[in-house]
Design a protein around this ligand. Structure first.
Ligand SMILES: Nc1nc2c(ncn2[C@@H]2O[C@H](COP(=O)(O)OP(=O)(O)O)[C@@H](O)[C@H]2O)c(=O)[nH]1
Ligand SMILES: [Mg+2]
Length: 256
């Protein structure tokens, strides 16, 4: 029997975290080996609310890992995947603590990875109706443009790369040096490049798009910076592929 865990990155999400936990389908809660929140040094009531929920539901498998300082969104993912590998989980699913991604659809995303049909799976908004779900138009355009470039350079055919709803197999995480990914939001792009280079199978399933008032949406300026960082990552990918840059991100290059 494969073991899977649900990982919730959380930073100052006291208003949404309990509802995210409540919205996890019961069969997912029952079958998960662990549900763990990585609290990124929140300054609000996030941790208290999770612990209170754990107690009220008598949910022993719900745990909180508290970062002693804010490690960035990527830094929190490193903590999570390190934990998942240490615990020997076969699959780990990331569900954001701000409620931006529907916990209800988690079974659809986890199934192909549990079944061994994919090594990593994206919940894709772009195969659905992202504009109807409130995705700002400039983000839609940036997403489309960047995805086209990413597919072209990486040789993939994904509908988007920018969703934070993701499921990883433990085996895939073991094959890449995810510790070398960025500590900030670029982590999500960096890890996909590593998975492509490690020839892992990436699949996607449609998810609903939700941009509520509680979703912290980055500004247009940040969107541009994010886009430029993605292009920089792609350039590095090409330089390594062409042998101009050394491949420092193979897992074995970190184990000396
Ligand atoms: N903004 C922010 N979010 C973090 C951090 N660490 C973990 N998170 C969580 O990561 C998820 C994604 O963050 P968010 O800012 O909403 O990014 P976006 O929705 O991908 O644009 C949320 O659930 C946050 O609570 C952090 O240092 N900063
Ligand atoms: Mg968000």
């Amino acid at each position: 029997m494969k073991r899977f865990a649900i990982f919730i990155p959380a930073f100052n999400v006291e208003t949404t975290i309990v509802s995210v936990l409540q919205r996890l389908p019961q069969d997912m809660v029952d079958s998960a080996a662990e549900i763990f929140v990585v609290d990124n040094h929140s300054t609000d009531e996030t941790v208290t609310r999770v612990l209170r929920y754990k107690e009220s539901q008598d949910l022993q498998k719900l745990n909180v890992i508290r970062n002693p300082r804010n490690c960035g969104y990527g830094g929190s993912q490193k903590v999570a995947y390190r934990h998942a590998l240490n615990q020997g989980y076969d699959v780990v699913a990331m569900v954001h603590g701000d409620g931006q991604y529907a916990p209800e659809v988690l079974p659809v995303l986890v199934a192909p990875v549990l079944a061994g049909e994919a090594d990593m799976l994206f919940g894709s908004r772009m195969t659905g109706d992202p504009l109807a779900g409130g995705m700002p138009r400039y983000r839609y355009v940036c997403n489309k443009g960047l995805t086209w470039i990413q597919n072209f350079i990486l040789g993939t055919s994904l509908s988007e790369f920018h969703s934070g709803y993701r499921v990883y197999s433990g085996e895939a995480l073991k094959k890449i040096a995810f510790e070398a990914c960025a500590d900030n939001y670029d982590f999500d792009a960096d890890i996909i490049i590593m998975l492509v280079r490690a020839r892992q199978r990436i699949a996607e399933r449609t998810i609903p798009t939700h941009y509520g008032p509680e979703s912290k949406s980055v500004s247009f300026f940040h969107c541009i910076v994010y886009g430029l960082n993605i292009l920089r990552g792609l350039l590095k990918f090409l330089l390594v592929k062409w042998g101009v840059l050394a491949d420092k991100e193979r897992p074995d290059s970190h184990r000396r």
